[in-house]
Design a protein around this ligand. Sequence first.
Ligand SMILES: *Cc1c(COP(=O)(O)O)cnc(C)c1O
Length: 453
Amino acid sequence: MNRDHSHALYGRALSVLPGGVNSPVRATQPYPSFIDHGDGSHVVDVDGNRYIDYVLGYGPILLGHSPPPKVRDAIADRVEDGIMFGAPVEAEIELAEFVVEHVPSVEMLRFVNSGTEATTAAVRLARGYTGRERILIIGGGYHGGNDAFLVDGTPEKAGRPGSPGVPSGAAKDTLVVPFNDAEAAARAFEAHGDEIAAILVEPVLGNSGCIDPVPGYLDALRQLADDYGALLVFDEVMTGFRIGGLGCAQGVFGVRPDLTTFAKVIGGGFPVGAVGGPTEILERFTPAGDVFHASTYAGHPVGMVAGVETLRYAKEHGVYGRLAELGDRLRAGLADIVADHAPQYTVVGRDSMFKIIFSRASTEPPGETCGAGCRHDPDCTRVESCPKNASHVGEAEGDRWERLFWGDMLDQGVMLTANQHESQFLSAAHTDEDIEVTLEAYKHAMSRIPTGV
Ligand SMILES: *Cc1c(COP(=O)(O)O)cnc(C)c1O
């Protein structure tokens, strides 16, 4: 595969952009493919190589890279009629009404410009509402680049900054517990319960290989929040309008959060985020209330139009049902391949999210896999050893994934996310044929994995 133009562009980029990119995960080894254009389920790089794309902007691109004409025209019309004003437009109400209609926990929203801004605003709102300062987050979850979330979660260093530049004052109020460990969360509340403003959790841990909650885990967090008067915040930046369709992941697991953060799909590919919840809490935001939030670009007209037109299209065309079927077929195919070539590996994901985690062989015989994605089924023979939190994913064969497997897939024209922590996504543009080609590519790449590792 010739990638000379990408090579040259990365050389130029390294002179003017730190690491040659504007977000670190894009700096894939040995150098990234620069994209020329998208085409439905595919991207084409500047050397003309075509890839089936499962990165999809790291989640936002629900409908594929060729927007349906109705969506594209609505965006174009918005641009032609003026891009932004600093005065409200109707599309802000339309997107808010759409979310309120479909997500029962949400009565009102405040729009922002990214997932990071959404979680940042949600934490300020929770702190303002409860009058408390600490927050509880999940190790290996990701809530964006705000100082308060960049906290070391290892037990020895808990509560210390996770990056140079994060002041200790910003980190000291953040408690970190592992995913799927309700007892650890309960212990944190026993120690600090009357100081905790909010629990932030991704209902499916999408930033550590796409791990399902074990049965009852989200209910236990709901109960702790209720018992101690903290707010339960579901960070649905990734899962929102991907898992569980229009009702989001909270609908699948039947747990009602106090606040929900959205971004990614909700902006139809444009930088949009949102905090949603009950009127009583949301009206604490300025100017209705006293918790400061403002932004020049919040509720940006182009993003609002892209978001609402994308979601309406998904609803009107049965996109979520089809994506779930496609996802099940893909995951079932992956489970067969894993059973043949590396039975210790774990297929994870649900609906339009998927991944293979290169779990190491445990002392147990590998036994069966959950056919279309690990659900921590108590009757499964591997339930004790399947990955349940970020450390388990961290202990897996990350180097093999990143340095061998990922490149083998790329060489076969399949673009996956760059490491085994990042979820992969399907779009409405992916076809049955894409799935077949992808499974063949996985089969070949997996056949190069040494057996019995
Ligand atoms: C991507 C992501 C964020 C951060 O969103 P940005 O738009 O990159 O700031 C926050 N939370 C979750 C769960 C995410 O997946």
